[in-house]
Write a protein that binds this ligand. Sequence first.
Ligand SMILES: [Zn+2]
Length: 119
Amino acid sequence: MTETTKYSGSCHCQKVRFETRLSLAKVIECNCSICSRVGALRAFTPASDFKLLDGQDALTDYQFGKQHLHHRFCKLCGVHSFATGTGPDGVEMYAVNARCLDGVDPAALEVSRYDGKKL
Ligand SMILES: [Zn+2]
């Protein structure tokens, strides 16, 4: 089991706020069409370890391609703080943008590249 830590996070305007437990040992930078534009650093956690505190009404749900993922972003400030989708094992997962976590220095993270472009 990877050790997880509790983090709080938000979009830029603070309308969308959340709490989550996850590990930053495995952070992914994906080169797919949306991730490369958004610049998100993604850390994954099951839905049971993610709690939206505020901002449900501010979140827009963007889907494209095979529509496996729901890219959620704040319609006020435009920040993509997380995406949701179902993993291969049927568990609902959250792909949290590590750049939106409080007190986390993105430059200090060990980032793995993920070739999402070819999917
Ligand atoms: Zn916002």
